[in-house]
Design a protein around this ligand. Structure first.
Ligand SMILES: NC(=O)c1ccc[n+]([C@@H]2O[C@H](COP(=O)([O-])OP(=O)(O)OC[C@H]3O[C@@H](n4cnc5c(N)ncnc54)[C@H](O)[C@@H]3O)[C@@H](O)[C@H]2O)c1
Length: 246
């Protein structure tokens, strides 16, 4: 029970890595606020957690919409009374090589993946500051640390997340708030569905384990950064990529 009585907000918690993290955090004693714009999947996930005896609720919001996020944050705090941990996990891709990348797809990925992290952090930070303790975990990517072909927009957003993480670590560390990022490699979720099987096979050979990452691999990294065990870890980027050859 590493998160006993902690309230955790997980954006993009309806599916993929976020959904697996919600279950893991729940098993570790936390109350879970699932934030997602997919209402059906979010409600189903909250129901699934209830059936396992975990206190959870779904809050619909588009993280790119600041007004939406502010309203959602008020409802979360009304329901749970506090927020201890924020996992800024929601993200999308709209991949294309630079010359074919539509400006709307560039902007949408920045809006969701980068501005979304800004919006949610700004909305929940005051509650954490009032408590004098909090943990913020931002989901970056190896595309943010090293770039990736066909992902100009996504790499820019994920690199920007690292910049915000390090800035906030400095701004709020002395106020008891740890801010860290996780940079996953290729993880088996819907997000990588569009990558051809042949490429995935090549990607696997780039790790010593010859496999893709699982959502559990990333959720376990979130758990460490969310727990008191990481109290002296601040402003770091934890790579969960199986030691991919760069
Ligand atoms: N899967 C990978 O290989 C991989 C690698 C590196 C980083 N990541 C990052 O991990 C995070 C989780 O990815 P995943 O693989 O679980 O993806 P996923 O597509 O399986 O799940 C993403 C979730 O975010 C939600 N979401 C999307 N846009 C939203 C918005 N505007 N507002 C609220 N919710 C929104 C979706 O509805 C979905 O539930 C993302 O930030 C992603 O960029 C994933």
């Amino acid at each position: 029970m590493r998160l006993k009585e902690k309230t955790v907000v997980i954006t993009g918690g309806a599916k993929g890595i976020g959904a697996v993290a919600a279950s893991l955090f729940g098993k570790n004693g936390a109350q879970i606020a699932i934030v997602d714009f997919d209402k059906k999947a979010g409600e189903e996930k909250a129901q699934q957690l209830h059936e396992k005896g975990i206190e959870a609720a779904f809050f619909q919001a588009d993280v790119s919409n600041s007004e939406n996020v502010r309203e959602m944050a008020v409802k979360v705090i009304e329901q749970f009374g506090k927020v201890d941990i924020l996992i800024n996990n929601a993200g999308i891709t709209r991949d294309a090589m630079l010359l074919k990348l539509d400006v709307d797809d560039f902007k949408r990925v920045i809006d969701v993946n980068l501005t979304g992290v800004f919006n949610c952090t700004q909305a929940f930070l005051p509650a954490m500051l009032a408590q004098g303790k909090g943990k913020i975990i931002n989901t970056s990517s190896i595309a943010g640390t090293g770039g990736n072909i066909g992902q100009t927009n996504y790499s820019a957003a994920k690199a920007g997340i690292i910049g915000m993480t390090r800035t906030w670590a400095k701004e709020f560390g002395r106020k008891g708030i740890n801010v860290n990022a996780v940079a996953p490699g290729f993880i088996e979720t819907d997000m990588i569905e569009t990558i051809p099987e042949k490429i995935l096979e090549q990607i696997k050979t780039m790790t010593p384990y010859n496999r893709l990452g699982t959502p559990e691999d990333v959720a376990n990294a979130y758990l460490f950064l969310a727990s008191d065990e990481s109290d002296f870890v601040n402003g770091t980027v934890l790579e969960v990529d199986g030691g991919m050859l760069k």
